[in-house]
Design a protein. Structure first.
Length: 144
């Protein structure tokens, strides 16, 4: 990215090395420049997937804080709008993550954590969907 050296894993010993290295500093295995660039691009994509999964997990958690604050007198009316916004934003980010990263195949342990974070956010979103239907049902029942 922007001509800067990045960390990649050596194909021989799996240690992190600079992408502009000609050989591994740990095992002296020669590093092909094109392979290093591909590995660097793949690592960038994995890093983006991890960051995006963390963001969607955090947004889903904040959505639940907003849902809980809906039941606090005087501020509930303001947080209701925020929780609805976060509900749809979480859904949009979950869909975006699936479209961009679902096809990525890697053994990187950070990517496995990213997939768990995405599933955690999905679980929080489904829970919020249930709560919204319960609140909607109670509102309709109260107005009858």
């Amino acid at each position: 990215m922007f001509g800067q050296a990045q960390s990649i894993r050596c194909p021989n010993c799996n240690e992190y090395i600079s992408s502009d290295s000609t050989e591994c500093r740990f095992c002296s295995h020669p590093i092909d420049a094109e392979a290093a660039q591909r590995a660097s691009d793949e690592q960038d994509k994995i890093n983006s997937a991890c960051n995006d999964a963390n963001n969607v997990r955090n947004l889903a958690g904040a959505m639940w804080v907003m849902i809980a604050l809906r039941f606090v007198p005087f501020i509930g009316c303001f947080t209701g709008i925020g929780s609805i916004f976060m509900f749809f934003a979480t859904l949009a980010l979950l869909i975006r993550w699936e479209v961009k990263y679902a096809a990525v195949r890697t053994s990187d342990p950070d990517f496995a954590v990213a997939k768990r974070n995405r599933l955690f956010a999905l679980g929080l979103w489904i829970g919020a969907l249930v709560i919204f239907f319960v609140i909607l049902g109670l509102s309709v029942a109260a107005n009858m």
